[in-house]
Design a binder for this molecule. Structure first.
Ligand SMILES: [Zn+2]
Length: 246
């Protein structure tokens, strides 16, 4: 996941940030089942590997301290914390855009990108926090309709397709995938990373040996943290709320 995040960092003016923690998201059974059912349906419809499953990035707003420490794994229950909302209910097309991302290039849907540095633009941390959080989502793209130009009138993928890919080149600088069904996308991991610096900003570098120690410590705590996050996500998943999701 860390390598995927770093390889997906394409913006040259933003330095690849340090990853602090990675949490695994464990969803309740019904969310896993509906995702698997949707995958199966795409495979029956499109043939072998027809689900076209990928790991992509989604940035959103966080107003709590989720993920800032290993033990900060309890979802905050605030309906304005979009990160916790998504982790609780998964992504909902009905809530997409209700949180302020009003311009929807390909109509009302759930937007992700294979470019982590693009999703970073939408990952808004709490005031004064140095840590940003990004969702790594698994998506079933199925048969992709590729668009280079803005097509705002879409309300779903064109007939015969399962998702839309806005590809870079004309109207977009970086790709975005659009899913129009809740069951086509699920949060899989949360990456907590240092707020990225602009290239050219002053930095402090650690001695090489110290940096390596930090890395191995981080790796050691990830598993424990991930387990705790799983328990929390599962526990809180049945609560109802009026979350807004970007
Ligand atoms: Zn929260």
């Amino acid at each position: 996941v860390a390598r995927h995040f770093e390889n997906g960092w394409k913006h040259e003016h933003k330095k690849v940030p340090n990853i602090k923690r990675i949490f695994a998201v464990c969803l309740p059974d019904h969310l896993n089942e509906t995702y698997e059912e949707y995958n199966d349906r795409l495979e029956r419809q499109n043939g072998w590997r027809g689900a076209n499953e990928q790991l992509v990035f989604h940035g959103t707003e966080r107003i709590c301290s989720l993920g800032e420490k290993d033990e900060h794994v309890t979802l905050c229950q605030r309906t304005t914390c979009r990160l916790c909302c998504i982790l609780q209910t998964s992504f909902l097309v009905s809530k997409a855009g209700s949180a302020g991302r009003s311009f929807k290039r390909f109509g009302p849907g759930i937007y992700t990108s294979s470019v982590s540095s693009k999703a970073d633009d939408y990952a808004i941390p709490p005031w004064l926090s140095d840590d940003k959080a990004m969702i790594v989502a698994k998506v079933s793209l199925g048969k992709i309709s590729i668009h280079y130009k803005t097509t705002q009138h879409l309300t779903g993928p064109p007939l015969g397709y399962d998702s839309v890919l806005g590809d870079a080149g004309v109207d977009l600088n970086y790709d975005e995938q659009v899913l129009y069904k809740n069951e086509a996308v699920r949060p899989a991991y949360v990456v907590i990373y240092q707020r990225p610096l602009a290239i050219g900003a002053p930095t402090f570098t650690m001695p090489r040996s110290a940096a390596q120690t930090t890395l191995s410590n981080t790796a050691a705590t990830l598993t424990a943290a991930a387990t705790a996050a799983m328990a929390t996500a599962t526990m809180n998943s049945s609560a109802s709320n009026d979350c807004t999701i970007m």
